[in-house]
Design a protein around this ligand. Structure first.
Ligand code: Y12
Ligand code: CO
Length: 173
């Protein structure tokens, strides 16, 4: 089922999401809805809070070299934790909750993440480049943080100005 995505500046995006303790059908239905919603919106990553559920669950589905997304490559991470992080990388990020804005953000280059899959199995993954960036972006959502909050003061002000201008032009259209 395709659900509505909560957009900035909705305060629910600031919620700190809760740990998942039960890996039942309810969780599986939620993950399926998150996938349908993300794909319908041309996204590559989504956290549960973006559809209004404050639990520590995220999904990522990176495109291949041809830009195609394959469901077999879908990553579902429940209660993810970064156990190791190294280096820095600058990447242009976008977010389905902040449509139309893309900003260069600095992240760790290489991360080791431990998490549970949808059945509660413990997993570990080492990720670099885009996958590392996407994991960190989605994990920030679990702590109520958006990528725009990582912008330096001047660029954040510019974002606020552009956002207000966009809202005004949407209203008058
Ligand atoms: C690098 C890049 C992105 C992430 C986090 C996951 N972010 C997304 O999946 C964002 C997708 C997105 C899609 C949009 O819609 C279209 O492009 C059609 C969009 O909308 C507009 O730009 C109007 C905004 C974002 C982590 C690392
Ligand atoms: Co996002």
């Amino acid at each position: 089922m395709i659900l509505d995505i909560i957009a900035y500046p909705d305060r629910r995006l600031k919620d700190v999401s809760k740990e998942v303790n039960t890996f039942t059908n309810d969780l599986h239905f939620l993950l399926d809805d998150m996938y349908d919603t993300m794909i319908a919106s041309n996204g590559i990553g989504l956290a549960a809070i973006q559809i209004g559920r404050s639990i520590r669950a995220l999904i990522i589905n990176l495109p291949d070299e041809e830009g195609e997304q394959h469901k077999e490559q879908l990553l579902e991470m429940i209660n993810p934790r970064i156990s190791q992080a190294e280096g820095n990388i600058m990447y242009q990020e976008g977010c389905l909750s902040v449509p139309g804005f893309y900003e260069d953000i600095e992240r760790y280059e290489l991360v080791t993440v431990t998490y549970h899959d949808r059945n509660g199995k413990s997993c570990t993954l080492q990720a670099n480049e885009l996958l590392s960036v996407a994991i960190q972006h989605e994990m920030d959502h679990l702590d109520g943080k958006l990528f725009i909050e990582k912008l330096p003061y001047g660029r954040r002000k510019k974002f606020e100005k552009e956002y207000k201008k966009n809202q005004r032009s949407k209203k008058s259209a």
